[in-house]
Write a protein that binds this ligand. Structure first.
Ligand code: 2BA
Length: 109
């Protein structure tokens, strides 16, 4: 095992993606996570892979994760001392945010 792929994906894409990576014979662990900005649920997948299979795995992630526009509201101050007013904004939430880490050691007991 050479690399740990940490992929943060939208909940809507998670099940299909897990199915596809499992079908392609990768091992995957699903974590239920939340984004700091939208403060809503997303899914983080941990996948340990051999270096020579990394590109193939990244292609599967890319092919199964869509970008989506999400409406949210930021809180903004209208006047000093006055209450906060919600300010609507649209954000484009990624297909996937992927971190690729070197694995020092991989042990299965
Ligand atoms: P959230 O933090 O909920 O962010 C959702 C989307 O909001 C982001 O999509 C981005 O388009 C926007 N956004 C985030 N922070 C922003 C900011 N300070 N100002 C304006 N817009 C902002 P993605 O970039 O596709 O990220 C999707 C999710 O991936 C994030 O959810 C977060 O959970 C994770 N993520 C993204 N980049 C990360 C990083 N560098 N480190 C750790 N987690 C990350």
């Amino acid at each position: 095992m050479d690399k740990l792929v940490v992929a943060i994906v939208q909940d809507q894409d998670a099940n299909v993606l897990i199915e596809e990576v499992t079908k392609a014979d990768y091992r995957v662990t699903k974590l239920s996570t939340s984004g700091g900005f939208l403060k809503s649920g997303n899914t983080t997948l941990l996948m340990g892979v051999k270096k020579n299979r990394l590109e193939d795995l990244l292609k599967i992630i890319e092919n199964n994760c869509k970008t989506r526009e999400v409406a949210t509201s930021l809180l903004t101050v209208t006047m000093p001392g006055e209450s906060y007013a919600p300010y609507p904004v649209n954000v484009t939430v990624g297909g996937a945010t992927v971190f690729i880490l070197d694995i020092d050691e991989y042990i299965r007991y």
